[in-house]
Design a protein around this ligand. Sequence first.
Ligand SMILES: Cc1cc2nc3c(=O)[nH]c(=O)nc-3n(C[C@H](O)[C@H](O)[C@H](O)COP(=O)(O)O)c2cc1C
Length: 175
Amino acid sequence: MDFYEVVRRRRSVRSFLPRDVSDEKVRRIIATGLAAQSAKNRQPWRFIVVRDAAAKKALAKAAKNQHFIAEAPVVLAACAVDTDYVMTCGQPAYTVDVSIAVDHITLAAVVEGLSSCWIGAFHEDKAKEVLGVPDTARIVALLPMGYAASSPEPTSRGSFEDRVAKDTWPEAWNA
Ligand SMILES: Cc1cc2nc3c(=O)[nH]c(=O)nc-3n(C[C@H](O)[C@H](O)[C@H](O)COP(=O)(O)O)c2cc1C
């Protein structure tokens, strides 16, 4: 599968088969996240691999009862340390850095025959409590991952022409 095919095939999957995912696969997938670029190469990411059933259930609850999270054999908690660094452009580096790593991970999962769903709708304080994440760190995303039990249709995207401009910000984008 070439890179473009991997990108095309990725879907947010919200139901998983009760089939285990090997540690080797999880390790290979996470390694792609660890290989990601990061501002000043600070690599602020930390990943917690959650397989414990009670912890996954508690994370699902912290994520506004998105029950499919607990169905996944593995839930990655994508965390950050060193969260004070703000880039010259004004963006906090850790959210960008961790998100790039998580995106690598979602694509590597496809290569490994797995599916995932990025979860941003979770109460961080509750998720931190479940996983013992300290106040000094943040949880940027949760990522349930496993073998898909459904094949969602591709979701729609706006056209290239409406979202990509030449040289300057077009008037049409001010609407
Ligand atoms: C930052 C972010 C947060 C998201 N949070 C959730 C979430 O909490 N629950 C959920 O079911 N999907 C979540 N999604 C998945 C999006 O709904 C999904 O990516 C979008 O609808 C496009 O569908 P696709 O991923 O299948 O292409 C999130 C995606 C991103 C990138």
